[in-house]
Write a new protein. Structure first.
Length: 323
């Protein structure tokens, strides 16, 4: 079953507190085999005090449908001492690690892929905030969760025998996301690398939709110093390799370029780049002239057409806007 694209992740506020407690109580009451896998218990885990702290520090997130909570989780931008003894793939400071906690989906919405989508959102959130690692832990007995984490790019890194009020002494498995994307500003002296990626991706995926005039016009634009200087360039990097480029102008209110390396498409990198821009701009809407190839992609991210397809100097595009 497809996920309702009108649903989105929201930062929880204190006004949500009672609804969040009711949500977790319902999850514990009605989720099949929760006593076997997650072993959550009311008053012991998750606790009201813990949830209140997550809200206060800005770490609690909700997934809503028609103002009803269908999913919840905490994403902290730090790790605790329990994570120190694990042999991670890289050693980073505690405040450079994002950790996913108490992820739950309403019994009415389970089996629809919402949990997986929430984890993807947590990954994008952490990457947008510049975290160098993304980690989580789960009970050794929670084998269904292990499989979901692995399918989403997490790998098992070790276990610890720990005490928790709801479980007593038991084994916890620790997982780490394998592909962390870093998004950073591209200085002018590195534009050549970015434009090389832009040209390669354009020629393979977008040029087939353009006439010769349109291709020539696009190539002229990305070779025009005055055009380029109107933009601020940002790159998505994995292991210091540039895998995606976004360029904006008008104080981040218009997307001029967005291209992702062929080998890294369909991995959420384009979405991460746009989310990075959305966090920097003000309340005003953001616009884009979407190519035919990228038109559906922008729709999925909440952009709407403001006019029918246009053609200028052979370049085909759809004017779009997101509020």
């Amino acid at each position: 079953m497809a996920i309702d694209t009108t649903m989105k992740l929201e930062l929880a506020t204190q006004q949500d507190f009672e609804s969040i407690i009711a949500f977790y109580d319902d999850v514990m009451d009605r989720t099949p085999k929760i006593e076997l896998y997650a072993r959550w218990q009311k008053g012991k885990h998750p606790t009201e005090e813990g949830i209140r702290v997550y809200i206060e520090e800005g770490s609690m997130y909700l997934y809503k449908e028609n103002d009803t909570i269908v999913g919840a989780m905490a994403v902290t931008m730090y790790q605790g001492e329990d994570y120190h003894s694990i042999e991670w793939s890289q050693q980073v400071e505690d405040n450079e690690v994002a950790v996913i906690h108490i992820l739950a989906v309403s019994p009415n919405a389970q089996g629809k892929g919402i949990g997986s989508e929430m984890i993807r959102e947590a990954i994008r959130l952490a990457q947008t905030k510049g975290m160098k690692a993304i980690r989580l832990d789960a009970l050794a007995s929670n084998t269904p969760a292990h499989e979901i984490y692995k399918s989403l790019g997490f790998e098992y890194r070790g276990k610890q025998h720990l005490y928790a009020e709801n479980t007593g002494w038991t084994d916890f498995y620790f997982f780490e996301y394998k592909e962390v994307t870093h998004i950073r500003f591209i200085e002018e002296e590195k534009w050549d690398e970015a434009l090389k990626l832009v040209k390669e991706v354009f020629m393979e995926f977008e040029a087939p939709d353009y006439c010769e005039e349109g291709i020539a016009d696009f190539m002229h634009a990305i070779g025009d110093e005055s055009y380029l200087n109107m933009h601020r360039f940002y790159g998505a990097y994995q292991d210091n390799k540039l895998v995606g480029v976004i360029a904006t102008r008008n104080d981040h209110h218009h997307i001029g370029l967005l291209f992702v390396d062929k080998s890294y498409q369909q991995k959420g990198i384009g979405r991460q780049l746009i989310q990075h821009i959305l966090l920097m701009k003000d309340e005003e809407p953001i616009t884009v002239n979407a190519s035919p190839y990228g038109h559906e992609f922008y729709k999925k991210l909440g952009f709407a057409d403001t006019n029918e397809e246009q053609i200028t100097n052979g370049v085909r595009y759809y004017p779009m806007k997101r509020y």
